[in-house]
Ligand binder design. Structure first.
Ligand code: GLN
Length: 201
């Protein structure tokens, strides 16, 4: 059985199934979004991990880019993970030439920020609002270089050369993580988003 508002997962590219599974586990009605009519049927949207340049281009090709941007402007809750965080950022460092973002989050993200040495890694991090640390999986992840005044920092890297770097944020109805909470069987970060979607209604 599912309850509450329907949440879409942007499904032109990325780890769509993983997000659908976690949302399903939480009892949320979740659908894949590939066209505008599907977006219209959702109260909120997840932007998955994947390749932000490809996702932005496909969104243009399939006429989803402007509709999503518009919905975000109108206050639709959205949650971006990794590439999805990049898509939600107002500003990118290290982006591809002429890389577009949907925007909405008043943050600057640095793409592929952790560098080649630590391309992909895992670590436990504390996330604001959760009692116990999250085992976070980073895959060619961005970090948040800087945030605007209305952005709440939810998590930072705790150890290693990147200690202190911001990896989870919230601003109003928008949320983003550098890591992949859709991978690894812990649904608590998605729960935070679902709560936010429910609050907004
Ligand atoms: N490096 C990818 C990008 O720039 C993001 C990687 C990911 O989502 N795992 O879009």
């Amino acid at each position: 059985m599912t309850t509450g508002p329907r949440i879409g997962v942007f499904a032109l590219q990325g780890d769509v199934r993983e997000h659908l599974r976690v949302l399903g586990d939480l009892g949320v009605e979740a659908i894949a979004v590939r066209r505008e009519s599907e977006l219209d049927a959702c109260a909120a949207l997840v932007l998955p991990g994947g390749e932000s340049t490809t996702m932005a281009k496909l969104a243009r090709t399939f006429d989803l880019f402007e509709p999503i941007r518009q919905r975000i402007k109108e206050g639709m809750p959205a949650f971006g993970t990794c590439a999805g965080m990049i898509l939600l950022a107002d500003r990118i460092e290290g982006g591809a030439h002429d890389q577009e973002t949907l925007g909405g989050l008043d943050i600057t993200v640095r793409r592929n920020a952790f560098g080649r040495q630590v391309d992909s890694f895992e670590g436990d991090i504390d996330v604001a609002g959760l009692d116990a640390p999250v085992h976070a999986i980073f895959i060619r992840a961005p970090w948040v270089e800087s945030v605007g005044a209305s952005v709440e920092v939810l998590a930072r890297v705790e150890q290693g050369p990147a200690a202190g770097r911001i990896v989870a944020v919230r601003q109003g109805s928008l949320m983003a993580t550098s890591f992949h909470p859709e991978v690894g069987g812990d649904s608590r970060v998605h729960r935070l988003f679902v709560d936010l979607v429910t609050e907004e209604r």
